[in-house]
Design a binder for this molecule. Structure first.
Ligand code: AMP
Ligand code: MN
Ligand code: MN
Ligand code: MN
Length: 276
């Protein structure tokens, strides 16, 4: 069975509407699919309807932005009740600082000689509640300031760079609590992307586990093949279930197309192992 449990639509920083992401996943051969927009569940209803029409098993999801030990960590929630009031309120609170942050990013970019970035980024935004750094990156590529979105992140939007604005997201306990309260399973997204020491990473896994977090992503478009093996070993060591997903944002922008994403390494328990 082909499973993709991490995808974005234009409800966050993807470019396709939820129904179009469903169609793209189906064309790529996906049988079980989750939409996991950043801090937002408003695409779930359309995604579910399209997935069911296309004959895919749909899993309702979200990717929550968390600040842990001063760094941003992403926690995916799978099989959530997207109407759960505490989850909905928590996500609204998590999103609420994004507008002011976007203004601050634009002000810094203006100081760096790039005026009008707020309006420019907004042209790429379908959901005014969810302005993301990715939208700024797409605008700076449009301007020709950089050749790719990853170059924009490297030169402007990450710590120490001229357009970087620090931000405090939800706590790990809040994110895991909202997901569990909504009947979902909490998953650490792309653990290989964080710049933690081995000690800090172990502390993250321990704390996540103690909070009731159950899984980590092992095979993701955000990992290198070496990291598939590293995090397979971590899943075994910590007793985590293993998840798999492309982290799709846009056709052609993907680090790995669905068809190229390998299966989970042997000896792991898939996060979907007991889903009916
Ligand atoms: P935000 O939630 O606004 O801070 O934006 C985070 C999003 O930016 C992530 O979900 C990725 O889609 C994107 N992103 C982060 N780092 C990079 C990078 N180095 N290259 C391309 N996209 C990135
Ligand atoms: Mn993203
Ligand atoms: Mn992420
Ligand atoms: Mn993602």
């Amino acid at each position: 069975m082909k499973v993709d449990l991490h995808c974005h639509s234009n409800v966050s920083d993807g470019v396709l509407a939820p129904a179009a992401v469903a169609a793209y996943a189906r064309r790529s051969g996906v049988d079980m699919w989750a939409l996991t927009d950043h801090d937002e569940v408003s695409g779930i209803q359309a995604a579910r309807q399209s997935a069911e029409e296309l004959g895919m098993r749909f899993v309702s999801g979200v990717e929550i932005s968390v600040t842990w030990a001063g760094e941003t960590v992403h926690i995916v929630g799978l099989h959530i009740d997207e109407n759960n009031p505490a989850l909905v309120a928590g996500l609204a609170a998590t999103r609420s600082g994004r507008q002011a942050r976007a203004r601050d990013i634009a002000a810094l970019l203006e100081q760096a000689g790039i005026p009008g970035a707020y309006e420019g980024a907004l042209n790429y935004v379908a959901n005014p509640d969810l302005v993301s750094r990715t939208h700024f990156a797409r605008y700076l590529v449009e301007l020709g300031v950089c050749g790719s979105t990853s170059e924009v992140f490297r030169k402007f939007l990450t710590e120490g760079k001229p357009g970087y604005v620090p931000h405090r997201w939800a706590t790990l306990a809040q994110a895991v609590g909202w997901i569990r309260g909504a009947g979902g399973i909490a998953v650490i997204a792309h653990p290989g992307r964080y710049k933690f020491s081995a000690t800090a990473e172990g502390a993250l896994f321990d704390e996540f586990s103690q909070l009731g977090g159950k899984a980590i992503e092992v095979v993701t478009g955000s990992h290198t093949p070496d990291q598939y093996a590293t995090y397979a070993e971590m899943a075994r060591r910590y007793g985590f279930l293993a998840s798999r997903g492309t982290d799709f944002h846009a056709p052609g922008e993907a680090r790995v197309e669905f068809a190229e994403l390998p299966s989970l390494p042997a000896g792991l328990t898939p996060v979907w192992h007991d889903w009916k």
